[in-house]
Design a protein around this ligand. Structure first.
Ligand code: SAM
Length: 235
């Protein structure tokens, strides 16, 4: 059982876990008892075994054992610029793209976006649980919602390689693109809404340094496209 406690961890340290959700999960759902071992993560890529010393109604105290670096993070940052989708589909994107290694999510409002809002509190919970479940060492960040143009500008100025997935014409496949480029500086992946990007958006992105890539000849649902694209580029 892995828990992001988001506190510094060092061998021998006693740590008090007071987060009510985490305490509930540990004690009532997982039925952990004094003497059981869990894994604690500091949220900065370090993790350690920790033995439960005491459980009260307000806190769980653990003693930290040997610390080590988490080895499951992508070698370079993968940022997903995702046009906001309907609630359930956006939640799938947050969960599955965390599992495949996305380091940062940037929700975008694009011309054909049907949905405008993101429930950030729920999104952060989904992302944290997916990061714990998939044995990640850090919890991906979720940035505030950007307009499409601001997202493109931000991505361009980040120094990472930028790709936008579009299913039209003869376009290089994202897998071939990833193999042919040095991604060590990171990659920004841009995925459209249910109705796809407008022509003007594709032109704007391409004028601002984005490479247009394909995810294959079949048109994928937006949430599938996000998972497939991020899986293809994360390492
Ligand atoms: N009717 C829309 C269109 O043709 O653009 C379909 C949009 S698709 C459901 C949503 C998003 O997923 C697209 O904007 C694109 O970013 C991505 N996508 C889906 N299938 C793709 C493919 N085969 N190649 C590239 N991108 C794809």
């Amino acid at each position: 059982m892995r828990f992001f406690i988001n506190q510094p961890i060092a061998k021998g340290a006693k740590i008090s876990i007071t987060d009510t959700g985490m305490r509930h999960q540990l004690v009532n759902v997982l039925r952990r008892k004094t003497g059981d071992t869990i894994i604690v993560l500091d949220g900065k890529g370090n993790e350690a075994d920790a033995v439960i010393q005491s459980i009260t109604k307000d806190e769980v105290v653990v003693t930290v054992g040997v610390c080590g670096k988490n080895k499951n993070e992508s070698k370079y940052p993968v940022t997903l610029y995702q046009s906001v989708l309907k609630k359930d589909n956006m939640e799938i994107v947050f969960e599955k793209c965390t599992e495949v290694g996305v380091s940062r999510f940037v929700p975008m409002l694009s011309e054909h976006s049907v949905k405008q809002g993101v429930n950030f509190i729920r999104a952060r919970k989904i992302v944290q649980e997916a990061a714990e479940q998939s044995r990640r060492g850090v919890i991906p960040e979720i940035s505030e919602t950007h307009s499409f143009n601001d997202a493109v500008k931000e991505a361009q100025s980040s120094g990472a390689i930028c790709v936008i997935a579009h299913n039209e014409g003869e376009i290089e496949h994202i897998g071939d693109f990833a193999r042919a480029h040095d991604l060590s500086g990171g990659i920004n992946v841009c995925i459209g809404p249910e109705g796809g990007f407008s022509d003007a958006e594709i032109v704007y992105a391409s004028q601002n340094g984005f490479h247009i890539v394909s995810l294959g000849k079949r048109t994928l649902r937006a949430e599938t496209a996000a998972i497939v694209a991020c899986f293809s580029v994360a390492e």
